[in-house]
Design a binder for this molecule. Sequence first.
Ligand code: BTN
Length: 264
Amino acid sequence: MDRAGALAGAVAARGGPRLPAVEWAESLVSTSDRLKALARGGAPEWTAVLADRQTGGRGREGRAWVSPPGGLYLSVLLRPRFERVGLVPLAAGVAVAEAAGELGVPTELKWPNDVLVSGRKLAGVLAEAASGPSGVEWVVLGIGVNVSLDATEVPEEIRATVTSLGAEGAPGAEPADVAARALVRLGLCYDALRSRPGEVLAAWRARAVRWWGEEVEARTGGGTVRGRLLHLDEDGALVLEVEGGERRRLVSGEVARLRPAGGA
Ligand code: BTN
C-alpha cells in the first residue's frame, strides 16, 4: 500500500473519519492550492492532500509558510452542514494541539489557531472557504506542523520564533503519524461542532495563551486596533475593550501583546 492509503488506513483504524481520497506528493506549490482545485471540482468531504515539501506554502495574513522536507503539510476538505461554521478554524487549532499533546509536547493556542510552545510557533492553520447561495460550500483547512525542522532551512529572521516537535521532546515524530493523529482529533472536534460546539470552545479556551486582561494590538483587514483582551465569544470572535470602554469583536486578524512578559 502506498503512504496515502496507509494514512487513510491509520486514521480509520483509530476511529477517525473515512478519508475518501488522499493524495501525497513529493513536492507541491501548496497543498491548499491543489485541494481548492479539487474542491471546486466537487471532491468529497475529508479529501486530503499532503506534500513532503512545498515551494509556495502560504500562511495566514498573506505570509509565506516555509516548507522544507521534514514538516507536515496537510490540507483537508470539509463541507460543513451545521451552523457554527465559524468555529471550524478554532477546532483545527485544538485538533493540532491535541495531536502534539499525544506526542508529549504541551502547547498553547494563540487566536485564532497558532500552535505555540513557549511562545514559539510549532504549527499553524490556514482556513479558506467558499460560499454559495446556501451558505458555506467548502472549507479547506491547511495545516502546517514543524515536525523535524532543520534550522538552516529556516530564514534567519524567523529562526528564533519557530520550533518543532523534534526540538520539543518528540525527536522520533514522523509527518505521517502526526497527520493521522491530527485528522483523528479533527474528526472528533468536527463532530462536536454539530451538536456540542461549547466543548470545542472550552477546549480552545483551556489551551489559550493567558493574555486575558492584557493590552494587545490586533491587525485586521480594516486596520490596527489596540485594546484590552477580554474573552473569546461563543462565535469564536475575540473581544477587546478599546479606548472609551467600547467593545470590539475581531473575527479575523492577528494579535500581539503590547508589553510581553519580561518586557519593560
Ligand atoms: C499560519 O500562517 O499560521 C498558517 C500556516 C498554514 C500552512 C499550511 S502548510 C499546508 C497548507 N498549504 C499551504 O500553503 N498552507 C497550509
